[in-house]
Design a protein around this ligand. Structure first.
Ligand code: AMP
Ligand code: ZN
Length: 458
């Protein structure tokens, strides 16, 4: 079966065909780096990684662009409130630039732990101020903007199909909601450039034809996707929350500037549901990948858990479901390593596996097929060769895993025991230092539900 993907724009499953013969352009809205990513954010990146791997499985070369939002995302997601970066800076006392650097590094570490492929291009909003200013200047020249006392705004009334992606009912929206518009002409209008407030010293601000200030949150994605892909490219992704505002606004800008609708396919990952308080970065208390690790789960167990649900259905996070995912992953690892190498992959199983994923990335069905393979009658060496190719797409790193082996030096085992004690006593700095000594000795320690597991590094 050819690859079919559900396109939010047309609300239909469509056969995927690339615009250019030699590559697929994929743009994914990246993290706002004022804090750590929570595991909900990571679910969206896991879905995008699966999409990329399935495109590659189908023989495509993917040009994968991910932006880093390090300016302009305001606390309210609308156009007022403080900039998240500047707020983060007040909270921790670091500069907004240091915060961006630190949380970008933390995000990349999470990506590596989850075995997410590196994008072809990373692009930071603050490195592309000139491109954003040029973009806004074109919008202004074409008559799509107006000025208020706090910024330059996009006039959504100029577009008949504004909000089509979200099937926004604009008339209903204007009539039903008695929102305080301030100086905005319509509720859906949004900032392209915000002025630094008089008397306020921002850390991140630039000169522009409209005055000193900073770009609105949406313009970076339209400007950077045009630069690194083109104004019209294959697939644009993000979380479902982006449909009504961020992506609708990206489309509006690009359509006004370039006359194209930005992307041929729009794919959206549905939310990971959790206790609301635990899933909001702004509350400061949320579940990170590191939290799972501290509770003894492997990051890849979370990857496995996300594969058990289709990306277009919401997934409720529970510790029990993570437990089950960790157990299933352990079984899969053990099964894989119990089989001998040297076999040939089973073409029929691989064909079925690809068909499941080509049907709008049906990962739960693909996983069911994996278990059919594990329990089925094929010769063990065939199973291993087949699962090895399947894991190129699932990304569970089965081949790299090593069972706890008997040849760990006693001194390293002692370090691991001391580290475990330090963790139990919540002496985190000691535990980190001990992990450092274990790493220096050439070993990795992985925290599993059965306790720490040591293995030779590399
Ligand atoms: P942010 O760092 O806030 O800009 O968000 C990064 C990505 O995570 C975006 O694509 C969001 O749509 C997505 N996201 C936010 N919350 C969740 C959630 N609970 N589950 C899945 N994705 C989410
Ligand atoms: Zn975006």
């Amino acid at each position: 079966m050819d690859l079919h993907l559900y396109d939010t724009y047309s609300r239909s499953l469509r056969r995927f065909e690339p615009i250019h013969a030699d590559h697929v352009g994929l743009y994914c809205c990246g993290p706002t780096v004022y804090d750590y990513a929570h595991i909900g954010n990571l679910r969206t990146y896991l879905f995008e990684d699966l999409l990329r791997r399935v495109l590659e499985l189908n023989g495509h070369v993917v040009r994968h662009v991910v932006n880093i939002t390090d300016v302009g995302h305001l606390v309210s997601d609308a156009d007022d409130g403080e900039d998240k970066m500047e707020k983060g800076s007040r909270r921790t006392g670091e500069s907004a630039w240091d915060i961006a650097g630190r949380f970008t590094a933390a995000f990349k570490a999470d990506m590596a732990a989850l075995n997410l492929r590196e994008p072809t291009v990373w692009c930071r909003a603050t490195d592309h101020i000139a491109e954003q200013i040029d973009f806004i200047a074109t919008l202004e020249a074409k008559g799509f903007t107006y000025r208020t006392s706090d910024g330059l705004y996009f006039d959504t009334a100029r577009q008949d199909d504004y909000g089509y992606l979200a099937r926004l009912d604009r008339t209903g929206l204007q009539a039903g909601k008695r929102v305080d518009l301030g100086e905005k002409r319509s509720a859906t209008d949004f900032a392209l450039w915000k002025f630094s407030r008089l008397g306020e010293q921002r850390q991140m601000e630039w000169d522009s034809p409209w005055g000193r200030g900073f770009p609105g949150w949406h313009i970076e994605c339209s400007a950077m996707s045009a630069k690194y892909l083109s104004p019209w490219f294959d697939i644009h992704c993000g979380g479902e929350d982006h449909i009504p505002v961020h992506h609708s606004n990206e489309i509006a800008q690009t359509e006004a500037c370039h006359g194209t609708r930005l992307a041929n396919f729009w794919l959206h990952g549905y939310f990971l549901q959790l206790d609301a308080a635990k899933m909001s970065k702004s509350s400061g208390d949320f579940l990170r990948l590191q939290t799972l690790l501290e509770r003894g789960y492997a990051p890849l167990a979370y990857r496995y858990l996300c594969l058990t649900a289709h990306y277009r259905s919401q997934l409720s996070f529970t510790w029990n479901s993570l437990d089950a995912a960790q157990t299933a992953l352990n079984r899969l690892r053990e099964a894989y390593h119990s089989w001998p190498a040297g076999g040939e992959a089973d073409a029929a199983t691989l064909g079925r596996f690809r068909d499941e994923l080509n049907h709008d990335l049906n990962a739960p069905k693909a996983l069911a097929l994996v278990w059919e393979l594990v329990k089925g009658p094929l010769p063990p060496a065939t199973k291993r060769a087949t699962l090895s190719l399947i894991d190129e797409v699932l990304g569970l790193c089965l081949a790299d895993w090593q069972a706890a082996s008997a040849d760990i030096p006693p001194a390293v085992e002692r370090l691991a025991e001391q580290r475990q004690q330090a963790r139990q006593d919540k002496r985190w700095a000691d535990a980190d230092a001990l992990r450092g000594q274990i790493t220096a000795a050439g070993y990795d320690v992985e925290d599993t539900p059965d306790g720490p597991r040591l293995r030779r590094a590399g």
